[in-house]
Design a protein around this ligand. Sequence first.
Ligand SMILES: Nc1ncnc2c1ncn2[C@@H]1O[C@H](COP(=O)(O)OP(=O)(O)O)[C@@H](O)[C@H]1O
Ligand SMILES: O=C(O)C1=C[C@@H](OP(=O)(O)O)[C@@H](O)[C@H](O)C1
Ligand SMILES: [Mg+2]
Length: 172
Amino acid sequence: MSGPAVVLVGPPGAGKTTVGALLAERLGAAFRDTDGDIAWGAGRTVAEIFADEGEARFRAREREAVRAAVREHSGVLALGGGAVLDAGTRALLAALPVVFLDVGPAEAVRRIGGDGTRPLLTGDPGPRWRGLMERRRPLYAEVARVVVTTGGRTPGEVAGAVLEALGQPLDG
Ligand SMILES: Nc1ncnc2c1ncn2[C@@H]1O[C@H](COP(=O)(O)OP(=O)(O)O)[C@@H](O)[C@H]1O
Ligand SMILES: O=C(O)C1=C[C@@H](OP(=O)(O)O)[C@@H](O)[C@H](O)C1
Ligand SMILES: [Mg+2]
């Protein structure tokens, strides 16, 4: 198997899960999301895994989930926002058609602000989101072939932009 047709990376609220499902529908391909795989495998939500086992164990589960999905899945794959923190995962992504879905802090927080499902963004999501993004932006840029901005675009428009952008080289 040659790996996923598209891999979506980016911060929480970029729309990886939402746009990934839409993209898969448009391509007539299957959709897989590593957060969904991890929750299914553990029989618990991502928030419960963070609470019960801590972030380090979640990251270990995530590392394995990415490896399994890259090995097994040929459709559209959405990763969790922190998957790129792992150097081995970044190396694995180097050979794949990875798209960085970008979003600004105000819009990301508007999208996910009231959503309690992301344990790293509970409390005051704005500063927390900006802190995550400051560390991760270079990592998203490192693994991605193309960057697609999502601000002011509907999920359907973003899916269209991803398909268009995949035909073009990453230039920044
Ligand atoms: N382009 C968009 N415009 C407006 N809202 C969006 C867009 N993409 C996603 N959303 C909404 O933002 C929230 C987070 O989307 P999600 O797909 O879970 O992001 P991610 O998986 O990147 O964290 C959801 O409520 C989703 O409906
Ligand atoms: O950014 C992160 O570290 C995380 C992002 C979440 O996925 P989304 O990016 O799909 O929200 C999920 O994996 C977990 O809450 C940790
Ligand atoms: Mg998601």
